[in-house]
Design a protein around this ligand. Structure first.
Ligand SMILES: C[S@@+](CC[C@H](N)C(=O)[O-])C[C@H]1O[C@@H](n2cnc3c(N)ncnc32)[C@H](O)[C@@H]1O
Length: 259
């Protein structure tokens, strides 16, 4: 199970295989009983639903469940495309790359903080009288735009090209916050009162080392959902939203970054 969570594509492939075996058995059982067209649609629905179910049972993150669900129809479409031109597939691939380029590289997909989380971050900034806030991996920039203003300077750092472009434009249009097209590892976070991240388990150890090495004493690293392994958070906020969002708060003590 651990290997499947480390290499989720393996788990997704196994899920398609398991569903495939069930579909083959069903097709053999129903051959000649229902017409070929109906059998095709039943098989496709079962392949999608079965693969999504197995993906969920394996315990992969929810976006893999959606991928498992969508993969069979996408394959069926591609295989039955016939004389369709190839360019729409190329454009779709390019768009997906421009939006989700960090998913493969950093294992961080695009999902957004909800409004309860944004309000909790705002009240944290107010409580601490903070004036500088950075969202590392700022997505569409909603958190940055909400926290900027009333004397606070909020910045976002985003490297996925399309996501950066949309969020930078929205910041320009609303006059709230600033989004840099930058890699989070190159961002200067030395002057921030709060650095917020909503990434994945993968980068958390290195991110904590970066925060400890760069952030000033008394400042906070706040991670949505993903704790730093083997480091006890100074506070954990559980929010009253549907997904029971947990914010892990790490106060910077000053001193050397852990090795
Ligand atoms: C889960 S989303 C969170 C978006 C936003 N912080 C929010 O809470 O609504 C993570 C974002 O981090 C970005 N990201 C991942 N790795 C990155 C990196 N190395 N440099 C810059 N951005 C990165 C992704 O492109 C994605 O937009």
């Amino acid at each position: 199970m651990r290997a499947l969570r480390t290499y989720p594509i393996l788990g997704a492939a196994i899920a398609q295989l398991v569903a495939g075996v069930v579909v083959i058995a069903l097709r053999l059982a129903l051959h000649g009983v229902i017409d070929a067209g109906t059998l095709f649609w039943v098989s496709l629905a079962l392949q999608s639903a079965g693969a999504a179910l197995v993906t969920k049972l394996i315990g992969l993150p929810v976006w893999w469940v959606w991928i498992s669900l969508g993969f069979p129809p996408a394959m069926a479409l591609a295989l039955h495309a016939g004389e369709l031109p190839a360019w729409p597939f190329g454009v779709a691939f390019l768009l997906l790359y421009l939006v989700f380029s960090n998913t493969a590289r950093e294992r961080v997909p695009l999902y957004l903080s909800n409004s309860q989380t944004t309000e909790a971050l705002l009240s944290l900034m107010r409580q601490r009288g903070g004036t500088r806030f950075t969202d590392l991996g700022s997505g569409l920039g909603g958190v940055v735009r909400r926290l900027d203003g009333e004397g606070r300077i909020a910045c976002g750092v985003e490297s996925a090209p399309m996501v950066w472009l949309v969020s930078a434009l929205m910041s320009k249009l609303t006059g709230r916050g600033r989004i840099a097209r930058q890699d989070i590892w190159a961002a200067d976070i030395s002057g921030e009162d709060i650095v917020y991240v909503f990434l994945s388990p993968e980068p958390m150890p290195a991110l904590y080392r970066k925060a400890m090495g760069e952030m000033k004493p008394g400042s906070l690293l706040v991670s949505n959902s993903f704790a730093v392994p083997d480091v006890e958070a100074d506070e954990i906020w559980e929010l009253p939203d549907r997904r029971k969002t947990r914010l892990f708060l790490y106060e910077m003590k000053g001193g050397a970054a852990p090795a």
